[in-house]
Design a binder for this molecule. Structure first.
Ligand code: ASP
Length: 297
């Protein structure tokens, strides 16, 4: 029995298509999740992950990615890494070939090149166009991002976070270009173990997407997995995190912070501090999309 979750409507179907194909080929959950995130990173239409995603305020793409296994708590991550595809595979390399958890910036890129990744320009024409708009009117470009999100035309928060459970073993992973037009060097929750992802076979797995600074301060994924360990269902675990964030962190009233979780029985849940969110759920070949709105206080 295998269950996989992935975030947001648009990237979610790209991700799940590739992940389920890989799972059928190899039977490996880790390979499947890596393939899912790789496909999303490779799709230039997805503006918050990999190739063609929105840049920082210097016009450069800085990518964050992470992966964690629940069986031994091994984890690997890269942050603020430029010009390497797929970032998730570099994160996996960090996990599997080094004694470290995270490599940052140009040294992450150097590590990737040393391991056979070929540096490339991930900035598309569309990214250049949006960056020119940003230079002319930074506030308008940022406002556009938020308006588009509210109108659900072009959601900028489409970081892909995936959770999986196969025969009692969990994997969590995430990949993103982070906040559009961020200060260069800014890193959000997605590559941070405990903030953007967490997996522990003794309890479950959790992940996050949305306003990374707030999710990080809340240690959102770790908190959700701790809730699972205390016996909450996946939905209760996520609700508790989102409610706590709304109570303590007013910035998450304006920009969504989403937490998702998967428990040992394959039960799933998600909760958010504001706005709307779609979660794809794949279970042994059946795919469903679940829609969520703001958690009740
Ligand atoms: N959490 C990501 C970050 O803050 C962004 C997102 O999920 O939209 O970098």
């Amino acid at each position: 029995m295998t269950t996989m979750l992935t975030t947001w409507k648009e990237p979610g179907h790209v991700t799940m298509g590739a992940a389920s194909t890989k799972l059928a080929q190899t039977g490996s959950l880790l390979d499947a999740i890596e393939a899912g995130l790789t496909a999303a990173e490779d799709d230039p239409e997805l503006i918050a992950i990999g190739r063609g995603s929105l840049p920082n305020s210097d016009g450069e793409l800085e990518l964050d990615a992470s992966v964690m296994r629940g069986d031994n708590l091994d984890a690997g991550a890269v942050c603020a890494m430029r010009g390497i595809f797929p970032a998730i595979s570099v994160a996996r390399k960090v996990m599997e070939t080094t004694p470290h958890v995270m490599l940052a910036g140009d040294q992450a890129r150097r590590f990737a090149i040393q391991h056979g990744f070929v540096p490339e320009n991930l900035v598309t024409e569309e990214v250049c166009r949006r960056y020119r708009e940003y230079l002319v009117s930074p506030e308008r470009a940022k406002a556009y991002v938020h308006t588009a999100q509210d109108n659900r035309q072009d959601p900028p928060h489409d970081t892909v976070t995936m959770l999986g459970l196969q025969d009692g073993k969990f994997v969590a992973a995430s990949s993103t270009s982070g906040m559009p037009f961020k200060i260069p060097g800014r890193v959000g929750d997605s590559p941070i173990v405990g903030a953007g992802i967490y997996a522990d076979d003794e309890a479950g797995a959790a992940g996050a997407t949305g306003l990374g600074e707030e999710l990080w301060k809340a240690c959102a994924s770790f908190r959700a997995v701790q809730n699972l360990a205390r016996g909450m269902s996946a939905q209760e675990a996520c609700d508790e995190v989102a409610r706590h964030m709304r109570r303590r962190q007013t910035k998450c009233h304006e920009i969504p912070c989403v937490v998702l979780a998967l428990d040992k029985n394959g039960g799933f849940g998600a909760a958010l501090t504001t706005g709307e969110f779609d979660l794809w759920v794949w279970r042994d070949g059946d795919l469903e999309c679940h829609h969520y709105t703001q958690v009740q206080d």
